[in-house]
Design a protein around this ligand. Structure first.
Ligand SMILES: NC(=O)C1=CN([C@@H]2O[C@H](COP(=O)(O)OP(=O)(O)OC[C@H]3O[C@@H](n4cnc5c(N)ncnc54)[C@H](OP(=O)(O)O)[C@@H]3O)[C@@H](O)[C@H]2O)C=CC1
Ligand SMILES: O=C([O-])C1=[NH+]CCC1
Length: 321
């Protein structure tokens, strides 16, 4: 019996690319809708001696290119940011199993994968729910997800302006400066308030730990698309209730939504369906003048697809050397 391979974060980082990530995530979202993926509900284990939360996310995906049986273990430790030497808030590993035998074949660093696949899921949802009219992108949150969303959306879409707001404005200023320098442009702009950031935007991303709404309905332009990524108290704490009640809301997976978004159900919010249904064409695209929300929870199927992608690239590269 061979020992499992360890693919560390720095190796994962070198193997990641946006186009394959997009394909893997799109395949995962479609497979969940087509019932070619199995995702047992994720579990949440709260440490009683710290703020750290451990999530276990088992999944299986039946797909020629991205199929895999795996389990992501991911921790959320909000205080990491305040350490003398700050660490990422979200850290993960993905266990990948041989399907026929159940033997562990690889442990794949999951922190970069979580970053990339989450931004790619927002990009996939945006492609299917807001097919054109990109001028202005508003990103609320300048942490790990805010940054990777800026990079991902700049890769896939031709926004004229990418605005970034953070409740601590200095952090947004630093990120904007970095991105304008890296891409040798001036399209990244720092906003002093969340309202200034959102007003007039065509696409909005929320990626914070905000426990109360940071986006209000009256700030939204007709036809805006929102990718709601962050979770404060719950996964729907970043947008005001009236946004959810008046817009077309799509989710990544029903099973997760039934438990983790139960609060929205109590407010009378009816989900239009899984984004996978829009990808397959079974669900009609929303009218262009309607506000749309992609409520992203994150799925094991995305992580399995990504771990398989990285595993295959790692083996290919090892065989070449
Ligand atoms: N849907 C999905 O698949 C995934 C969702 N997530 C979620 O995305 C969110 C961001 O994660 P990540 O970027 O990795 O975390 P980071 O810690 O890197 O960033 C968090 C950001 O939220 C800001 N923030 C913290 N508290 C508040 C507040 N009360 N109001 C407004 N902004 C606040 C922080 O600002 P500052 O540092 O200045 O305080 C920072 O910009 C989290 O809620 C996380 O759970 C993450 C991964 C996957
Ligand atoms: O899907 C995911 O990995 C996560 N969602 C929220 C925190 C981590």
């Amino acid at each position: 019996m061979s020992n499992p391979i360890f693919i560390h974060e720095d190796q994962v980082k070198k193997l990641l690319n946006w186009d394959s990530t997009f394909d893997a995530v799109e395949a995962a979202l479609e497979s969940v809708y087509n019932k070619r993926a199995v995702q047992s509900p994720r579990t949440f284990t709260q440490s009683t001696t710290s703020k750290t939360l451990l999530l276990t996310m088992p999944g299986h995906l039946d797909n020629e290119r991205f199929g895999a049986l795996g389990c992501k273990l991911v921790t959320v430790a909000p205080d990491n940011i305040n350490l003398e030497h700050p660490l990422p808030t979200i850290n993960a590993q993905i266990l990948l199993f041989e399907e026929a035998t159940g033997i562990l074949k690889a442990v794949v660093g999951g922190t970069e994968i979580t970053k990339w696949r989450t931004a790619a899921a927002s990009a996939v949802a945006t492609k299917h729910l807001k097919p054109k009219e990109f001028q202005v992108l508003a990103i609320l949150g300048a942490g790990v997800q805010g940054r990777i969303h800026a990079i991902c959306f700049n890769h896939f879409y031709d926004f004229k302006e990418i605005r970034i707001w953070n409740h601590n404005v200095h952090k947004a200023e630093t990120l904007v400066q970095e991105l304008n320098q890296v891409y040798n442009c001036q399209k990244f702009k720092c906003c002093q308030s969340n309202e200034e950031c959102v007003r007039g935007a065509d696409v909005v991303v929320t990626a914070t730990f905000a426990k109360s709404p940071i986006v209000q309905k009256e700030w939204l332009k007709d036809g805006v698309h929102i990718n709601a990524v962050g979770a404060g108290l719950v996964h729907h704490s970043e947008l005001s209730e009236s946004i959810y009640q008046s817009s077309h809301v799509y989710i990544d997976h029903w099973a997760g939504a039934q438990t983790e978004l139960a609060g929205l159900g109590k407010l009378g919010v009816e989900f239009k369906g899984e984004i996978g249904g829009v990808i397959t064409g079974d669900l009609p695209p929303p009218p262009l003048d309607q506000v749309t929300v992609f409520q992203s929870l994150g799925m094991a199927a995305e992580d399995c697809a990504m771990a398989r992608l990285i595993y295959d690239l790692f083996i290919q590269e090892s065989n070449m050397n």
